[in-house]
Design a protein around this ligand. Structure first.
Ligand code: GLP
Length: 244
């Protein structure tokens, strides 16, 4: 069992700065690096910090490649709640990354297996993910890998749990509008990244942070698998660290 490196910052803005330092260091040393990116409210301050750092000339995204963790099933890339739209709106439209160097699972895939295989093949063709950014769901989900009896390995389709749909309904008009399924990188896809950076903020996630990193490794808490990854950094604000 390995323990992650845990950094605790005063607030979400300070967490974002610490996380941005990791990205800056990687992009400066490997300009054509491959990033694994995440959605949700947690990474927004980080994306704002990265935009500011590129504007200040500290980072150059022109050769960076990125692969996103997940996408809602049935949403087009121009749907305001799709993760493709989120990434364009919160990051890609504001930095010099080339559109062809950004991939997000296709929410409209008809042949899910073929889409998933091609997604993983593209990441592999790029040389694999150098730095995978993760948020944490209240039930321990990473990407959209929900609690299950086994750890799903590859990119696949998942049914969203009632808890996740409830948590994500704030972005939609109502619970009924939240898709019931999604496509996500597998836990194995995530674990294949050379390094992993998770950001968690807020007191409501303090218990799941503790369960994920100091509880048993179990597919019922998908993030607990990270205890077996050799290079994990977890950035917490004081509230999320309050039960450690
Ligand atoms: C969503 C996403 C995850 C994200 C998590 C937490 O369902 N699929 O990638 O990490 O939930 O979201 P938030 O940061 O808004 O709490």
């Amino acid at each position: 069992m390995l323990y992650p490196k845990i950094l605790i910052a005063a607030n979400p803005e300070e967490c974002a700065k610490l996380a941005a330092n990791h990205f800056e260091e990687l992009i400066c040393s490997k300009p054509a690096c491959v990033l694994g990116l995440a959605t949700g409210s947690t990474p927004i301050p980080l994306y704002q910090e990265l935009i500011a750092r590129e504007k200040a000339g500290k980072i150059d995204f022109s050769r960076v490649r990125s692969a996103n963790l997940d996408e809602y099933k049935g949403l087009t890339g121009d749907h305001p709640q799709s993760y493709r739209f989120f990434m364009q709106d919160n990051l890609f439209n504001h930095i010099g990354i080339k559109p062809e160097n950004t991939i997000v699972p296709d929410g409209l895939a008809t042949d899910v297996e073929a889409m998933a295989k091609a997604y993983e093949a593209q990441i592999e063709a790029w040389g694999g993910v150098d730095l995978q950014l993760l948020g944490l769901g209240h039930d321990g989900h990473i990407g959209f890998n929900e609690p299950e009896d086994v750890f799903p390995v590859h990119t696949h389709e998942v049914e969203l749990t009632a808890m996740t749909r409830e948590a994500n309904k704030r972005f939609f008009g109502s619970l009924e509008e939240v898709p019931t399924a999604a496509y996500t990188m597998g836990v194995g896809t995530v674990m294949a990244a050379r390094s992993i950076l998770m950001i968690v903020t807020g007191a409501d996630k303090a218990q799941i942070v503790k369960d994920s990193f100091f509880g048993p490794v179990t597919p019922q808490v998908p993030a607990s698998i990270l205890q077996f990854h050799p290079d994990v950094t977890v950035i917490l604000d004081e509230a999320a660290a309050s039960k450690l």
